[in-house]
Design a protein around this ligand. Structure first.
Ligand code: NAD
Ligand code: UDP
Ligand code: UDP
Length: 395
């Protein structure tokens, strides 16, 4: 943590995007990791529209080129196909770090790979064993502590050939993006999640609540991964004086959501359009609060531009049981859509609803679009993508 970030930043006059009072704001250079995904691509649209130069870094694991294709050819837009688990050198003013497999289907796909790699990296980074090897390696070849951790993980994974470490994890990717932000003096925003509250014992959830996460459950690779990412972000803030922002995002829906990613809103909408039964897991009485994507993007930008680190809950406090959500989908798409009950997944949180007092007061932000208004916009997009119906009007 010894490097002076501003000294390495060609845009140091606007470090972290702070424009001195009285000066007209110039376009910033903004990196969006995971920018070809659902949330990221909507954020990119807003940033490009306001005149920023945007670089997307995405490995297209769950994202799609189609989400950002409309910017190809724009000199203010660039897409780099890259896995954030690998280091990268760029020069930007702000970093929105979204890259992460976000739906349960994707993050449960190989939980061992996910959980082992981030726990290993985190414990290696802080262990005395690493310090011991680090001191010797540095004397030998000037190797950095993080590079050493990655080398050790690689070595370890070679010894355990069926567990390939370092791929698609919250932690290695976040560490690299924090290292990048530190080197260039960029402001860094982490998109964390309401999942850090686990199966909450406090309702609604306030940012001061520390959560109730099962550390050994099937969801913990994601929940604990994001918790560790928050820890790393704050460690870089405290240790390297990095300007950071943390958003805890609650369930978000809208156009460009991955159609078959298993999340409840995309499942119900696709099922209703395909005339399949809506699959309600468990008794359907568990609750979630659904936020439309443009509200979230507005909140992320306000957070990045504001003066407060957070964490901030960004979500819509409107709370629905899954049966109530199914009813809204029936009313919007097909009143005759049947409901089919399925066994619930393990460790499913019983309820979730954000307390957004802090975001209202400090960011001047609150969501504007209720579920019944936002859902039809998503249905139009899904119709186009499922049936190739260009107007999305069902004809
Ligand atoms: P998404 O899957 O649509 O987007 C994630 C993007 O990251 C994809 O484009 C994917 O290809 C990319 N990516 C994944 N691993 C990568 C890697 N190793 N290197 C480079 N790119 C990689 O998901 P989303 O819903 O847009 O979520 C965006 C962020 O918001 C995530 O960090 C997620 O955890 C967070 N979040 C989303 C929600 C929600 O309801 N959508 C809720 C809470 C938190
Ligand atoms: N890193 C990166 N791009 C940069 C600077 C750093 O990808 O421009 C990565 C680097 O490879 C390392 C991580 O970020 O794995 C953390 O870097 P930092 O400098 O904080 O830690 P150190 O390498 O000094 O331990
Ligand atoms: N769910 C459901 N039917 C589905 C998919 C999910 O009833 O087809 C339930 C799931 O059990 C959970 C809620 O919907 O209680 C939200 O699930 P999702 O995966 O969308 O988000 P998360 O659990 O991560 O909040």
């Amino acid at each position: 943590f010894s490097v002076d970030p501003a000294a390495h930043n060609p845009a140091r006059h606007f470090v972290g995007g702070k424009v001195p009072l009285g000066l007209k704001r110039k376009g910033l250079r903004v990196l969006v990791t995971g920018g070809a995904g659902f949330v990221g691509s909507h954020l990119v649209d807003r940033l490009v529209a306001r005149g920023d130069s945007v670089i997307v870094v995405d490995n297209l694991f769950t994202g799609r080129k189609e989400n950002v294709m409309h910017h190809f050819g724009n000199p203010n837009f660039e897409m780099i196909r890259h896995d954030v688990v690998e280091p990268i050198l760029l020069e930007v003013d702000q970093i929105y770090h979204l890259a992460c497999p976000a739906s349960p289907v994707h993050y449960k796909y190989n939980p061992v790979k996910t959980i082992i790699s981030f726990h290993l990296i985190h414990s290696l980074h802080t262990s005395r064993f690493t310090t011991w090897i680090f001191d010797r390696c540095r004397r030998r070849k000037g190797q950095s502590r993080s590079t050493l951790c990655l080398d050790l993980v690689e070595l370890w994974s070679k010894l355990n050939s069926d567990i390939k470490c370092g791929e698609n994890t919250n932690v290695v990717g976040t560490l690299n993006m924090l290292g990048l932000a530190k080197r260039i003096g960029a402001r860094f925003l982490l998109t964390s999640t309401s999942e850090v509250y686990g199966d909450p014992l406090q309702h609604p959830q306030v940012e001061t609540y520390w959560g109730n996460v099962n550390p050994i459950g099937v969801r913990s690779c994601y929940d604990e991964g994001k918790r560790t990412a928050e820890t790393l972000t704050m460690d870089y803030h405290r240790g390297a004086n990095l300007e950071v922002r943390i958003a805890r995002i609650f369930n978000t829906y809208g156009p460009r959501m991955c159609i078959d990613d298993g999340r409840v809103v995309s499942n119900f909408v696709a099922q209703a359009l395909r005339k399949e039964p809506l699959t309600v897991y468990g008794d359907g009485k568990q609750t979630r609060s659904f936020q439309y994507v443009s509200d979230l993007v507005e909140g992320l930008m306000k957070l990045m531009e504001g003066e407060h680190i957070g964490p901030f809950n960004l979500g819509n406090p409107g709370e629905f049981t899954m049966l109530e959500l199914a009813k809204v989908v029936q009313d919007t798409i097909d009143p005759n859509a049947r409901i089919e009950f399925r066994e619930n997944t393990q460790d499913d949180p019983h309820k979730r609803k954000p307390d957004i007092t802090k975001a209202k007061e400090l960011l001047g932000w609150e969501p504007k679009i209720p579920l019944r208004d936002g859902l039809p916009l998503m249905v139009t997009d899904f119709r186009k993508r499922i049936f190739g119906d260009q107007d999305g009007d069902g004809t």
